[in-house]
Design a protein around this ligand. Structure first.
Ligand code: ADP
Length: 249
C-alpha cells in the first residue's frame, strides 16, 4: 500500500569506478517488512549496490536513507548500528571451532581479532539460551558441538545465517545465500529465509529464480548499473526487456 513504511530509499545513487558507472542513478525503494530481490546479469551492479547500502563503498553521488535516516557516506559500523546486517558470499568460519562457539562469538560482537581474549566460561546463562535458540532457528542445534570443519556445505551456510541473525537486524542483506547449493539445500534455505524474514526486511541477491520466485515480494532487475524493471516477481519475469537482458547474457 502507499503508506507502507520504507526501509531503504536511494535517490540517484551512483558509483563510478575510474569512469565506469557500476551503479548509475538508481532510485531503489525497499518496503519495510518485505523480501526484496535484486537480480540481473553478471556485472549488473548488484554487489556494488549492496556495498553502497552497507557503507562498504562510498557513493560517487546520490543519497541513501535507511529507516528514514540519511546514512550516505557513513562507514559500515555506523550503518550497522541502524540495524543493518549483511551476509557475505565468501565464508569466514573457523574450521576448528563449533557452531555454538561461532554464535557465542557473534553474540559478543567479537571479530577474529578479538578472538584470543575470548573465554567461553564468561558467557552468562541467559546468553547460552540465546545461542541455542539461534542454532535451533537454523536447524543446527543437534550439531552445536561439532567442529565446523565437519559440517556439510549447506550446514555451514545455515550457520552463517545464524551469525547474521545474532545481530538482530531490522534489515538483513543476503548475498547469494544459496550459491553453490544442491536442490535439497536450496529448498531448506528457502524455508529458513522465509522463517527468519518474519518481522524484518530482507534484501536478497540470488541467481536462482526458484529462490527469488519463492521468497521475494518485489524484484528489482538491474542491468548495466540501472534499474531495468521493478515489481512483483510474476510481473517482472514476463517483462520483455527482462527476458531480453537475460538471453543476452
Ligand atoms: P554484479 O554483482 O551484478 O555481478 P558488480 O557490482 O560486481 O556486479 O559489478 C558491476 C560492474 O562494476 C562490473 O563491470 C565490475 O567489473 C565493475 N566493478 C565492480 N567493482 C569494481 C572496482 N572495485 N573497480 C572497478 N570496477 C569495478
Amino acid at each position: 500500500t502507499a503508506d507502507a513504511r520504507v526501509a531503504v530509499r536511494t535517490r540517484a545513487l551512483t558509483k563510478v569506478f575510474r569512469g565506469f558507472r557500476a551503479v548509475d542513478a538508481v532510485d531503489l525503494e525497499v518496503r519495510e517488512g518485505s523480501v526484496h530481490a535484486l537480480v540481473g546479469p553478471n556485472g549488473a551492479g548488484k554487489t556494488t549496490l549492496f556495498n553502497l547500502l552497507t557503507g562498504f563503498l562510498t557513493p560517487t553521488s546520490g543519497t541513501i536513507l535507511v529507516f528514514d535516516e540519511d546514512v550516505t557516506g557513513q562507514p559500515p559500523e555506523r550503518v550497522a548500528r541502524r540495524g543493518v546486517a549483511r551476509s557475505f558470499q565468501i565464508t569466514s568460519l573457523f574450521e576448528t571451532l563449533t557452531s555454538r562457539e561461532h554464535v557465542e562469538l557473534a553474540l559478543q560482537g567479537l571479530t577474529s581479532q578479538g578472538f584470543r581474549f575470548w573465554r567461553s566460561e564468561k558467557l552468562l546463562g541467559r546468553d547460552r539460551a540465546r545461542v541455542e535458540d539461534l542454532l535451533e532457528q537454523v536447524g543446527l542445534l543437534r550439531l552445536a558441538d561439532k567442529p565446523v570443519g565437519l559440517l556439510a556445505y549447506g550446514q555451514k551456510r545455515a550457520l552463517e545465517l545464524s551469525l547474521v541473525l545474532a545481530l538482530e537486524p531490522r534489515l538483513m542483506l543476503l548475498d547469494e545465500p544459496t550459491a553453490g547449493m544442491g536442490i535439497e539445500d536450496v529448498d531448506r534455505t528457502i524455508e529458513l529465509i522465509r522463517r527468519i524474514a518474519a518481522g524484518r526486511t530482507v534484501v536478497l541477491v540470488d541467481h536462482n529464480m526458484r529462490v527469488v520466485g519463492s521468497l521475494a515480494d518485489r524484484v528489482t532487475v538491474l542491468q548495466q548499473g540501472r534499474i531495468l524493471a521493478e515489481g512483483p516477481y510474476d510481473e517482472v519475469r514476463n517483462d520483455e526487456r527482462v527476458i531480453t537482458a537475460y538471453l543476452g547474457e
